[in-house]
Write a protein that binds this ligand. Structure first.
Ligand code: AMP
Length: 578
């Protein structure tokens, strides 16, 4: 596992040629992941490989890049022939892997074809007839074409079995055997699987020749030495990640957070999207020079910037502490990287908060992390539009209350009085609330509903041994898409509406010191690790503030705030005695 002091080889040093290195750099990959570091050299050398790795570790690139580098391109293709065959369990994965290979190999002019059940066969035949460099197929459809002789393996030099355990679970064992039997002597075979049950070991034994075994060794974390961090994960489809993060941040109200992304491109896109949502966010990645990095860090340390959006490479070795939150925009590609990242929050006896966004397919990575740390990662439901709206209305209410207490409203009174002769006073006030609310959420009016994912199951459903049935079943795998009624998944609904028993906390600092509702929410979330949405009414006076919090958390919040500073000062904090 890499730590801040290890030197990590570059893609070039691992043996990749300039065209592929350039493609990766354009995609914003800054360094190889552990599985890539281990798998690239043997695969580039033409060896067979058995890799134990889950989705999210970067294994697609680990087998695709060597496969692309070893292709002999530019020659005339025989009709129906292919040089490389990648077998995957599902149609979604076929499309995803084909797309990845296309992106990595674009500069090389590689042709890639995904083949899966449910696609019109005529169209597949037309493309196959021209001959393609790489076919990415589900086993059932690959076997179909082999039997029709519309897929010829005579010039095949690489076979990859991706997610082999899932292919077996889906009933593809016989199809896999038949395909592997049809491959010519002397080709390279790579087998990737998240687990190594005896059936996989047996396939490896029969079809791999002196394979290199790659399994990323896990560092042990001594019990009790892990950071004291509240760890929460949200499972969301990729398309909804940015929206989810925006919403979770709005509710969590972090005061200083790092959001880790996998690529530079992701860093840049997310920085734009979070700034658009009203956050003060700055990017930090390996493409920036030292002056730019120093400037961003200074802004972060002086709180001019609330969120640093960074790659691991950029954040490595940075002297940043006192983070209220660490956010993993993607699950890190090795469990050890997760431990390293979240160690940046929750220091000095304070509870930190680690938030992780995972795609449905990546839930296994979360379990791997839990195994390593011995700590639970709670899977929470994404705040709904209603939750967010309630939170925003709460803030509007607090701002209005603050203005009422502050007084000096005389110059505005004539507006209300003139309208009061025509409309009901409550209606007038309600319209003013609407305007204030709309101004506060400007640019975020169109919050889309984010689909809730069903609780991830460790094993996909077994549709039986019949491979054709399995191909049909692949479109309904659990964990892939929201199922009807999925909203009934385990909920961690908190929200003030459920915290019936509220206590009021007195904080000895108020308007004169420039305290605003968001400061209080931020302090309580940041210092006590209590979500913003659990905080009730906020009342800000000249020299004090009163905040309603759930009774069960009151003591924890009081002792956390006593250790903290608000607007740069230590303040008196106690239960309000009325
Ligand atoms: P996989 O495990 O193959 O599903 O990959 C998970 C994600 O990691 C994909 O979105 C890849 O684009 C991304 N990825 C793979 N390798 C790297 C890398 N070296 N640096 C950054 N992102 C990567």
């Amino acid at each position: 596992m890499s730590t801040a002091t290890d030197t990590i080889p570059t893609f070039e040093q691992l043996g990749l040629g300039p065209a592929l290195v350039e493609a990766l750099s354009a995609l914003g990959y800054e360094e190889p992941t552990p599985i890539q570091r281990a798998a690239l050299p043997p695969l580039l050398a033409g060896k067979d490989l058995l890799g134990i790795a889950a989705t999210g570790t970067g294994k697609t690139a680990a087998f695709s890049l060597p496969l692309l580098q070893r292709l002999t391109l530019g020659g005339k293709r025989e009709p129906f022939s292919t040089s490389a065959l990648v077998l995957v369990p599902t149609r979604e994965l076929a499309m995803q892997v084909a797309e990845a290979i296309h992106r990595y190999g674009q500069k090389l002019g590689v042709s890639v074809l995904p083949l899966y059940g449910g696609q019109p066969i005529g169209q597949q035949l037309r493309v196959l007839k021209r001959g393609v460099d790489v076919v990415v197929a589900t086993p059932g459809r690959a076997l179909d074409h082999l039997q029709r002789q519309s897929l010829l393996l005579d010039s095949l030099h690489t076979v990859v079995l991706d997610e082999a355990d899932e292919m077996l679970d889906m009933g593809f064992a016989e199809d896999l055997e038949a395909i592997l039997e049809a491959t010519p002597e002397g080709h390279q075979t790579a087998l990737f699987s998240a687990t190594l049950p005896p059936r996989i070991a047996s396939i490896a034994e029969r079809h791999l020749h002196q394979p290199v075994h790659v399994r990323i060794a896990k560092e042990k974390v001594a019990p009790g030495t892990g950071p004291r961090v509240r760890q929460t994960a949200y499972i969301v489809p990729r398309a909804f990640k940015a929206a989810t993060l925006g919403r979770v941040l709005d509710v969590e109200a972090p005061t200083a957070a790092i959001v880790f992304c996998r690529t530079r491109t992701e860093v840049d896109e997310l920085t734009v999207s979070l700034n658009g949502r009203g956050w003060r966010a700055q990017a930090l990645h390996g493409g920036m020079d030292q002056t730019q990095r120093d400037r961003v860090l200074k802004q972060f340390k002086t709180h001019a910037v609330e969120l640093l959006i960074a790659t691991d490479v950029a954040a490595r070795g940075l002297d940043i502490e006192k983070l209220s939150h660490v956010v993993n925009y993607d699950v890190p590609n090795a469990p050890e990287a997760y431990v390293h990242r979240i160690g940046r929050t929750g220091r000095a006896g304070r509870e930190g908060v680690a938030i992780t966004l995972a795609e449905p397919r990546e839930h296994r990575l979360l379990r791997n992390i839990e195994k390593l740390t011995g700590q639970r990662i709670e899977v929470a439901t994404v705040p709904t539009v209603a939750d967010l709206r309630a939170r925003r209305l709460e803030l509007v209410r607090a701002s209005l209350r603050e203005a009422l207490v502050a007084g000096e409203l005389d110059s505005y009174r004539p507006v209300v009085e003139s309208l009061a002769s025509e409309f009901d006073l409550v209606d007038v006030a309600t319209a003013a609330v609407k305007l204030l609310h709309d101004a506060q959420v400007e640019g975020q009016e169109h919050e889309e509903e984010i689909p809730m994912m069903p609780p991830p199951s460790e094993k996909p459903a077994r549709p039986g041994k019949n491979a054709r049935m399995a191909e049909r079943a692949e479109r309904f795998r659990p964990g892939e898409r929201p199922a009807p009624g999925a909203q009934k998944g385990p909920k961690r609904r908190t929200g003030p509406s459920q915290d019936f028993d509220m206590a009021r906390i007195f904080i000895g600092v108020g308007r004169q010191a420039g305290v605003r509702p968001a400061d209080l929410v931020g302090a309580i979330a940041g210092e006590a690790g209590v979500e913003g949405r659990r905080i009730g009414a906020i009342d800000i006076g000249d020299n004090y503030s009163l905040v309603e919090v759930p009774e069960s958390l009151a003591d924890q919040i009081i002792s956390a705030l006593k250790q903290a500073t608000l607007r740069g000062k230590k303040v008196q904090v106690r239960r309000d005695r009325g």
